[in-house]
Design a protein around this ligand. Structure first.
Ligand code: AMP
Length: 291
């Protein structure tokens, strides 16, 4: 595994690999790697000749009051984990190289970015879309791997890739959870044992909505109310949103015909946590029809 800090050096390395006919898989991350990230990396290593992982805590996707400064960073540990997975290149650019002072171009996917996470974190998806477009142009991967954990982000990236004809295939991958159900997240490191316990309400609420869906409930109102009432029982958790939405447009649903996504976000002891489950659809967004 080689580690690159310079854009031009990574480009030259990848150009040579592509000239040899290698397929390039890419896993963009913000580091503090956990099993969720590693599941994406393993898929890429299995599917592609060479895997590039980027670690970049992207300032453009954090709001002024958010946790950019505190976000966990441990390059030595991340680097060792990547090496153990057999990746080809680790890309760790600097903020100065990614965003020179005169940079003035942004990518906005307004329809999918305005609700849910986007409503609470204005500008967040503009930062995500812009950094992903830049990373795709730098790495030029054949395939890029994204987690379902950040469902709205996945849709934003898929929309951007389609709209801008970017020559990369986006591969969605299921959410990896702790044994008790908590979705793995770099931000779980902020939780003390008490908050960690309270945080479980998020996956518990989503799983109960999923069980109701599987038992035949199709009223999105009923499922939304169930999500909110389970979360409401945990006094240490503050609800940001809980929604039953169309799995491709994210529009709130009244009645589920062709599947849905249940999404929720909470704050526990100052830490924001998000999670989601799919109801009656697979991650490739093809509605599963009865009969
Ligand atoms: P991040 O480092 O949080 O920006 O995440 C980098 C990538 O890992 C994104 O595609 C995330 O959706 C994905 N990811 C984060 N947590 C998980 C998880 N628990 N399971 C699967 N993928 C995840």
């Amino acid at each position: 595994m080689r580690t690159f800090h310079q854009i031009a050096e990574l480009r030259a390395h990848i150009r040579a690999a592509r000239d040899e006919g290698s397929t390039i898989g890419f896993v963009p991350t913000m580091g503090a790697l956990h099993e969720g990230h590693l599941s994406l990396i393993r898929r890429s290593v299995t599917d592609c000749d060479r895997t590039v992982v980027s670690i970049f805590v992207n300032p453009a996707q954090f709001g002024p009051q958010e946790d950019f400064a505190q976000y966990p960073r441990d390059l030595a540990r991340d680097s060792k984990l990547c090496q153990e997975e057999g990746i080809d290149a680790l890309f760790v650019p600097s903020a100065e190289d990614m965003y020179p002072p005169d940079a003035d171009t942004w990518i906005d996917v307004p329809g999918l970015s305005s609700s849910l996470e986007g409503a609470i974190r204005p500008g967040h998806f503009r930062g995500v879309a812009t950094v992903c477009a830049k990373l795709f142009n730098i790495v030029q991967p054949h395939r890029a791997y994204f987690g379902q954990k950040d469902y709205q982000q996945l849709l934003v990236i898929q929309r951007m890739v389609a709209d801008l004809n970017l020559p990369v295939t986006i591969v969605p991958s299921p959410t990896v959870r702790e044994p008790d159900g908590l979705a793995m997240s770099s931000r779980n490191a902020y939780l003390d044992p008490e908050a960690r316990k309270a945080a479980l309400v998020l996956s518990r609420a989503l799983m109960s909505a999923q069980a109701m869906y599987e038992a035949g409930t199709r009223s999105a109102h009923t499922l939304r109310d169930a999500l909110r009432s389970v979360i409401g029982e945990e006094h240490a958790a503050e609800l940001d949103y809980a929604e039953i939405a169309h799995p491709r447009t994210l529009e709130p649903l009244e009645y589920i015909e062709d599947g849905a996504v249940a999404l929720a976000a909470i704050r526990v002891a100052g830490t924001r946590l998000i999670d989601n489950v799919l109801l009656g659809v697979g991650l490739n967004h093809q509605p599963r029809r009865a009969g």
